[in-house]
Design a protein around this ligand. Sequence first.
Ligand code: ATR
Length: 277
Amino acid sequence: MKRACVIGWPIEHSRSPAIHGYWLDRYKIDGSYIKRAVAPEEVETFLGTLAAEGFAGCNVTIPHKEAAFRCADERDASAVAVGAANTLWLDEKGRLYAANTDTYGYMTYLTLKAEDWSYRDAPVSILGAGGAARAIVYGFLEAGVPEIRVFNRSASRAEALAKDFGPRVKFLPWEQRSRASTEAAVLVNTTSVGLKGDGALGIDFADFHPDCIVSDIVYVPLETGLIREARRHGLRTVDGLGMLLHQAVPGFEKWFGVRPEVTVELYDRIAADIEAA
Ligand code: ATR
C-alpha cells in the first residue's frame, strides 16, 4: 500500500486529506493519505525518516515549507524561485525531491477559467509579497507577462521580491493598488485579507479595464469581499479553491502513479466542507 501525508503545525484544518482521499476512492488505489502534526523542531527528523515510515512523500504546509525546501536533495524551478516547497517525494534510491506546486495550481486554474487572460499583453497586479505571491509572480514571469506590479503594505519584503525577480517586477506602494491597476490584465490577492471575512482590500474597480480578471487565493469564504466587489462591477473572477485543488495534482501523481482529474464533483465536495465549517 502506498502512503502519503500532509505535515504542518497545526494541521487539523488541512483540506488535503479530503482532496487526496477523494482521488484514492475514485481511482480505486490501495493507498492512504493522512494528516501528521509535526512540531517545528521535529521536521528535519521526520523528513529523514519518511522512507523508513513507508511514505512515498508528503505535502508540507505552514510553517514547514522553507525547512522542506532546505532538506531536499533536488528542487524544481518553482521551489527555487519561491525558496519554499509544498510537495515532496522520494525516488527509488531514496533521494528527496521538492516542488512548489502553487505556481502550477494557480496558473492552471486561471487559464482554465479565463483562457484569454493574457490577450492584451497588459501588466498584472499582485497584492502581497509573501510566499504565495512569489509562486504566482514566478508563474506570470514564465507565462511572459510584460510587467508585474507588486503592491505590499510594508516595503522591505516587496522590495526584496522585486529585486530577486528582476526588472519586469516592480514594487509599488500599497496606496496605489487601485490607481496603478486600471489597465491590469489580472489582479490577484495573495494576502490573508478577506480570510473568514476579516478586513477589506479597498480596491476601487470603477476605472478598471472591463476585461480585467480578478482573482483571490483566499477560499474561506469561497466568495470573498474582493470577488464580490469585482463581480458587482461586471468583472470576471477566479476563486481560490481551484488553485488549492490543482496544486494537489502533481503530488498525487508522484506518490500514487495516476494523474488525477479536478472534477466538478471534487470542487463541490470541498466547497460544501468549507461552507459547513
Ligand atoms: P503566504 O506565505 O501565504 O504568502 P505570508 O508570507 O505570511 O503568507 O504573507 C502574507 C502577505 O499578506 C504579506 O504580503 C503581508 O503584508 P506585509 O508584508 O506588509 O506583512 C500581507 N498582509 C497580511 N495582512 C495584511 C493586511 N491587514 N493588510 C495588507 N496586507 C496584509
